[in-house]
Design a protein around this ligand. Structure first.
Ligand code: GAL
Length: 357
């Protein structure tokens, strides 16, 4: 009997020792580099935080860096991650075409690369892409305008509209624009919607770095040049940061009264500031892209890459980066406005009531 007890104790001790040893051995843990574009827009802070939490929960060590919207800094940060020996890189690019050199180095080091939200262009060295269906984002914005103004049910307007584009170095910007403009084209062609400035090319309408101040300046100029004697009815903004600048411009031009009601104004991201603008009736809609979902999808990709199993993708046709079609996972964006934001954002735990006060 004594012998058995001693044996059990020894086995228990060994087991404890073994477990303890395993826990202490962090050198086995895989290192994931996460490169985010900027802290200046709310969503990227959430993307980074979600990625870090979810990867760490799976036992990965995470090197999370923000590049302050500087493509040079992003390259330097990626070089450092490669030198540190990361096992996988997750990159939300600033300039999608500026990473060919550094990603060639990653490939040489055998590091797989996942493009996060924004496609990395002009390089063979991007392995997977996880995003929201970007064309659909634009369709949601265009459809909102059609519904809000009753265009399908025969409203003839004419309604005046101006169009804004996202950052010209971000592939997403072109897709948002295409989805919205394809949806609105029949009404523009028939004259129900009139773009008084005539500016629709991305070269004319794009706002560098998605900067609110850039959007505010352009809106100021449009209002002065084309709307001195009439109201603007619609502003197609591809995202929330631009919508912030547009609202600031409209406000200083006196919009928000019975004689000058706010135009129908679109957005994307459901940033806190913009949900507040929707509640105040200054922005009409946004598009909710749940960054928790995107992060979870990317974590699944990382897991599969490191386990050598099949990486989950659901689109192998849409995202050509000028070198190859990048296997992608598209999450679904959802339309949001003042009527459904509580269910979408608060009930789901994305924000608290206090966040939106
Ligand atoms: C895009 C992204 C949008 C928006 C924008 C500005 O690439 O898809 O959701 O956040 O950048 O950061």
């Amino acid at each position: 009997m004594k012998k058995i007890i001693v044996l059990i104790l020894v086995v228990a001790l060994l087991a404890t020792f073994g477990v303890a040893c395993q826990k202490d051995t962090t050198s086995d843990a895989k290192l994931v580099g996460v490169s985010m574009p900027t802290k200046s827009l709310q969503r990227w802070n959430q993307d980074g935080a979600n990625m870090k939490t979810q990867l760490e929960a799976k036992g990965y060590v995470v090197d999370l860096q923000y590049a302050d919207n500087s493509e040079e800094l992003q390259v330097t940060q990626l070089e450092n991650m490669i030198t540190k020996g990361v096992d996988v890189l997750v990159v939300a690019s600033i300039n999608g075409s500026a990473l060919s050199g550094v990603l060639a180095d990653a490939a040489k080091a055998g590091i797989k690369v996942i493009a996060y939200d924004r496609l990395i262009m002009d390089t063979p060295n991007v392995d997977y892409y996880a995003t929201f269906d970007n064309y659909l984002v634009g369709v949601l914005q265009g459809t909102f305008i059609v519904d809000k103004l009753g265009l399908k049910t025969g409203a003839k307007g004419p309604f005046s509209m101006e169009v804004f584009g996202g950052s010209p170095d971000d592939n997403n910007a072109y897709l948002f624009n295409a989805g919205a403009m394809d949806t609105l084209k029949p009404y523009i062609d028939s004259g129900v919607i009139v773009i008084n400035s005539g500016q629709t090319d991305m070269a004319q309408i794009a706002i560098q770095d998605w900067a609110p101040a850039g959007a505010q300046d352009r809106m100021d100029n449009l209002l002065t040049a084309f709307y001195a004697d009439k109201n603007i009815d619609i502003v197609l903004s591809p995202n929330d940061s631009l919508a912030q600048g547009i609202v600031a411009s409209l406000k200083s031009a006196g919009y928000g009264s019975a004689a000058k009601p706010y135009p129908v104004l679109t957005g994307q991201d459901c940033d806190k500031t913009n949900v507040k603008l929707m509640i105040a009736g200054e922005q009409s809609m946004s598009v909710f892209k749940d960054t928790r979902t995107l992060a979870a999808q990317v974590v699944d990709m990382v897991d599969a890459i490191l386990a050598g199993t099949t990486v989950p993708v659901n689109d192998t046709e849409s995202y050509n980066n000028n070198v190859k079609v990048v296997p992608s996972f598209l999450c679904e964006p959802v339309f949001a406005d003042v009527n459904n934001y509580k269910t979408l954002l608060i009930d789901s735990g994305y924000y608290t009531e206090a966040d939106l006060k």
